[in-house]
Ligand binder design. Structure first.
Ligand code: COA
Length: 153
């Protein structure tokens, strides 16, 4: 893979929103957490390749609330690099634990996060039924529950 540079997002333009909405179909929810947190963008040869958003949720606790890689650039290890970068950012923020949540149907994401060291913590049952208007299906499974994962830093 060519050199990847990661920097704080300078402007929240359409290309950035397209990526953020890959990970979260609700623009309202995306807007809420980019206002609360820090948004980092990854570029390869000047092209926007990925994004993640990290927020402080409780004392000494950071959470990756959005992570997405451009569809044509997925499965090349960029997601893993973004998570590793977010872990380093969380440490610099003084966090002792970093968390991430994903849907019960997000099989690849569950695999990726555990490969990056995250462990299962809890299940927020019916989270996606309560917070999203549309039904979500992935891998032939309805996305109902939020699986919460954590990594001690
Ligand atoms: N099929 C199979 N395995 C996959 C996969 C896929 N589509 N996507 C990720 N993985 C797993 C693999 O196990 C891979 O492990 P390996 O390196 O040992 O082969 C690991 O994840 C790393 O994959 P990587 O290439 O770093 O991930 P990525 O750059 O494709 O980014 C996402 C992963 C989830 C960020 C990306 O698929 C994406 O943007 N998806 C849409 C948005 C989204 O769902 N965000 C998360 C919301 S919770």
């Amino acid at each position: 893979m060519q050199h990847l540079t990661i920097q704080k997002a300078i402007n929240h333009d359409q290309a950035l929103y397209e990526l953020l909405l890959l990970a979260d179909p609700s623009k309202e929810i995306v807007d809420e957490y980019i206002a609360r947190g820090e948004c980092y963008t990854a570029y390869i040869s000047g092209e926007l390749a990925g994004v993640y958003v990290i927020i402080t949720t409780r004392p000494q606790t950071a959470e990756i609330v959005n992570i997405a890689v451009k569809q044509t650039m997925q499965k090349q290890g960029i997601g893993k690099l973004l998570i590793r970068d977010a872990i380093e950012k969380a440490k610099h923020m003084g966090a002792k634990v970093i968390e991430i949540g994903t849907g019960n149907s997000s099989i690849h994401q569950l695999s990726l996060y555990q490969k990056c060291g995250f462990r299962l913590q809890a299940i927020d049952h019916d989270f996606f039924i309560r917070h999203y208007d549309e039904e979500i299906f992935e891998n032939g499974i309805q996305c109902r529950d939020m699986v919460r994962l954590y990594l001690d830093l």
